[in-house]
Design a protein around this ligand. Structure first.
Ligand SMILES: Cc1cc2nc3c(=O)[nH]c(=O)nc-3n(C[C@H](O)[C@H](O)[C@H](O)COP(=O)(O)OP(=O)(O)OC[C@H]3O[C@@H](n4cnc5c(N)ncnc54)[C@H](O)[C@@H]3O)c2cc1C
Length: 273
């Protein structure tokens, strides 16, 4: 393992299970993700379904405190919404029987409309499913209204988007994130604040004290600043996103691009001091 080592548990399910077990010992829950996106044929989508079935069985057999998180494009959304729905339903039904919660990751904006339609169909039948909401998309407040009281994971957004559909400055994205986060706390119910941004975490902890009906969990990507976030498990519901598998390239590239951006921002800040 080279640079991917920081961001993923390993290449196999066993590595995901081992990492999850270790995190559970710290009182931290996990979201296990079998890496993969944009599958182009029925067979590879089917492979995704069987791997997630193995993940669910592993969670149950090892008594892990874990949910799963996957992308609908791994299950065929790119070429057939019907196939993605059927595949997701196979995973979610099995997970439901095993008491495992499922999150749908948010992908590039061209998939968002289809993603949410599939999600709402799944949610009509299954209580164990939630979806990511990308605050950076201009349409996110309307999407949240459509999602009603379903479990939502609020993220800033990892994909590069056109200005016509998404905010492009950090300032605008942060403003949108802050607004949606406040709405979620007011709404109550189950949701996740998924950010490493210390300013938003501070605000969220304050809002959590004021909104007792909110069942909020704080989700973090494994590899960003693990020691700092592990400590929060003493006082908050903390969840780590733990990906594994051989298809790590897209995922790791997104993390490295983010890292590069932060380094540039810190250099600019230092220059201004
Ligand atoms: C659990 C979880 C699930 C996610 N699911 C999705 C999803 O479904 N769809 C989607 O589009 N996006 C998803 N994301 C990614 C998210 O959209 C952002 O791209 C990512 O979290 C970085 O944004 P931030 O909120 O941490 O804030 P930023 O303002 O981007 O970062 C805040 C601080 O966090 C630290 N940091 C963040 N990322 C890195 C990094 N890669 N390397 C080093 N330091 C870093 C830096 O110190 C930075 O200053 C998810 C994020 C999390 C935590």
């Amino acid at each position: 393992m080279l640079q991917e080592k920081r961001w993923i548990a390993g290449y196999t399910l066993a590595s995901g299970v081992a990492r999850c077990r270790a995190l559970n010992r710290h009182g931290v829950r996990c979201l296990i993700n079998f890496l993969g996106e944009h599958c182009k044929d029925v067979e590879s989508c089917d492979f995704g379904v069987s791997e997630y079935s193995r993940v669910i069985r592993a969670i149950k057999n090892n008594k892990l405190d874990a949910a799963i998180s996957f992308k609908l494009s791994q299950l065929g959304l790119g070429f057939s919404a019907g196939l993605a729905l059927r595949n997701a339903e196979r995973i979610i039904s099995l997970a439901e029987k095993s008491g495992v919660f499922c999150w749908l990751d948010g992908e590039k904006s061209e998939l968002t409309g289809r993603e949410q339609k599939v999600f709402l169909k799944l949610r009509a039948k299954h209580a164990n499913v939630g979806i990511a909401l990308i605050a950076g998309l201009r349409d996110a407040p309307r999407q949240l209204a459509k999602l009603g009281d379903t479990p939502v994971r609020l993220v800033k957004g990892a994909y590069e988007e056109q200005e016509s559909v998404a905010f492009t400055t950090r300032r605008e994205i942060d403003a949108a994130f802050g607004e949606l986060m406040r709405l979620l706390f007011q709404r109550g119910g189950r949701f996740a604040v998924a950010t490493h941004d210390p300013a938003f975490l501070k605000q969220a902890f304050e809002l959590e004290k004021e909104n007792k009906k909110a069942k909020v969990e704080y989700q973090f990507l494994f590899g960003v600043d693990d020691a700092r976030f592990l400590k929060l498990a003493r006082s908050h519901c903390i969840v780590f996103y733990v990906p594994y598998g051989l298809e790590f390239h897209h995922y790791v590239r997104r993390r490295l691009e983010e890292q590069r951006r932060f380094r540039q921002t810190s250099k600019q800040l230092v220059r201004h001091l």
